[in-house]
Every structure is written in structure tokens, then in C-alpha cells.
Design a protein around this ligand. Sequence first.
Ligand code: FO1
Length: 337
Amino acid sequence: MQITALAGGVGGARFLRGLLDHLGPTAGHPDPSDPQPSPARLTVIGNTGDDITLYGLRVCPDLDTLMYTLGGVIDEGQGWGRAGESRRLQDELVAYGAQPQWFTLGDLDLATHVVRSQWLGQGLPPSEVTARLAARWGLPDLGVRLLPMSDDPIETHVVVDEGDGPLAMHFQEWWVRLRAAVPAQRFVAVGMDRARPAPGVLEAIAEADVVLLPPSNPVVSIGVILGVPGLREALRATSAPVVGVSPVVNGAPVRGYADACLAALDLPATASAVAGLYADLLDGWLVDEADASAGPWPDQVQVRARPLLMRDRTAAAELAGATLDLARELAPRRPRS
Ligand code: FO1
């Protein structure tokens, strides 16, 4: 079974790790003399709108969170960054007064950004750089192919008004420095109009048996991925069922500030409002048991209620299994174009 998933950072990564736990080990290397592992069973299309250049280095938080989580080296407590991290380099930067100081980069994590920036500087496209980085953490051996949504630079900016009129800032400044406490008026994906899907993205959607929307932020993660020209159309046209998991439980995001992002679209933080954002492409929708009777749901979407909180890896694997069960029930689906 070929699975394709669209994913943001922590919630998406934990769900997908649960999916791999549920699926069990890959067939491994069918031919021991061939260094190539089996073909990917899971293609993850990651959000790159959160990407930022700091100290001259390209940082890709969502791709790295996916890579570190699936590769088993994530800082579990934070949900992002490397386990066993130290901060010596950042302490030096602070001592020099280098800016910004509101974004923490650990020493081990910095190596990823240094090598990524070096390879990008040598002219490799982001999709090739991502594949090289992911290979170090064994993702191909897990049957996982990690793709950026686009090789073109796209950065999410947030327009706020702190009293002096509209001001645009990078998404990370709003999310990390301001903790989304200043209301966002709107989000602008800078570069989106000229962007194309990265190589392999449209094929992974067209050739999938199942497409999953894990519990990621519907506006600044999944919403930004869906904004890449051609991607939404590909999801409407695929014959694979598209099944999503609500990132909102009982009126609050499971993690992060999805409520502040939905408010910028004049939407409440409800599983129903999030489903509405995907209405043109969604076939199945998993909501928490607390939201079982909290529609309305988009026409033709099959809704199932399950415990959605991924308290541990077992819970995440059970949730992923329930998502696949619903997808199997709905396959094959008629394209929605
Ligand atoms: N999130 C924070 O709240 N504070 C940080 O200092 C921070 C640093 C950071 C460094 C690397 C990385 O890959 C992620 C990092 N994150 C940090 C998480 C990230 O900013 C956001 O959670 C995501 O971009 C939203 O999906």
C-alpha cells in the first residue's frame, strides 16, 4: 500500500511515527547485494512555509521535526530539536549580541542547518538536500520518502497590528517570539504565486492508495501546503481516499496556536470548521469522541469518533490504524474534480 501524507511539525510527526509503528518493519532489503532499500511505502510532503534564514543558515523546522521524530532523535519533551542537545554556539552568539535571540538553535541541530546551507549553496535543490539529510537518519530504510512541498522558496508571513498600523513579520517571529498572542490579521505565503510542487509531489498524490492529513495546523501547515499551485487539484483528482485527523479537540487545538490561526480566517477552533477547510477534497474525517455530535460536517465526508489524544506511541499507532481502517472502508473513491 502506498501512503502519501501532508504534514506540518510536531502533531504530524508523532502521528506518522505512530503510523510506522502500526505498519511494522519494512520488508527491508529484498536483495542483500543491492544497497537500495525497498521502495518507499510512505511519502511525506512537508510544509516549508515555516522555513527561515538565521545567521546565514537555512532552517526548515517542520522538515527537521519530521526527520528527527521518524529517525528517533527528537527531543520528546519539546517536540522539536535534537535529544541531548547543548547550547554552546548559541551562548556565544548571544555574547556577541547577534540577533535574533528569541529562536533557540542547539549545537547538534545547527550541524543540520550548516550542511543544508552548504548543499543549497552548491546548487542542490531543497528536495535533494532533504533526501540527503533524511538518509542519515535512516528514513529510506523505514520505507519513508520525505519531500518538501516545493523546491521554490515560500515563507509564511503574518500581518498584525500592534497599534501603529499593519506590520508584516516572519511566521516564526509571531509564533515563537509573540507566542501568537498578538492577533493575526492575515497570513501571506510569500513566493507562493511562482512556486511549483517539488519533484515527486504530484505523482505521490496521483499514485497513492491512501492520502492522509495528520493532525497538523490547518492554516499555517496543511493550509500552506494546499496553497502550492496544482496540489489541491491533485488531491481532488486522485482516486485514493483522502482521510484527515482533526487537530482540534473539544474547541481547543491539541498543540500550538491553531485557534489563533483559525481566528484570522474568522473561523472558530472546532473540528467542524477545520473539516470545512478541506471540504472539496476530504472523504473521511476522524474527530475526538468529545466532538462526535459537534457537526455540521461537509457533505459526503464520513466522520468517525475516536480518542485523538496521542498520549504515547501506542495511542498514536492506534489512531493511525483507525485512520487506515477508515481509508480502506472508503476506497476506491471517485475523483472530486
Ligand atoms: N519553537 C519555539 O517555541 N522556540 C524555539 O526557540 C524554537 C526553535 C526551533 C529550532 C529548530 C526547529 O526545527 C524548531 C524550533 N522551534 C522552536 C519549533 C518551531 O518554531 C515551530 O514549532 C514550528 O515551526 C511550528 O510548526
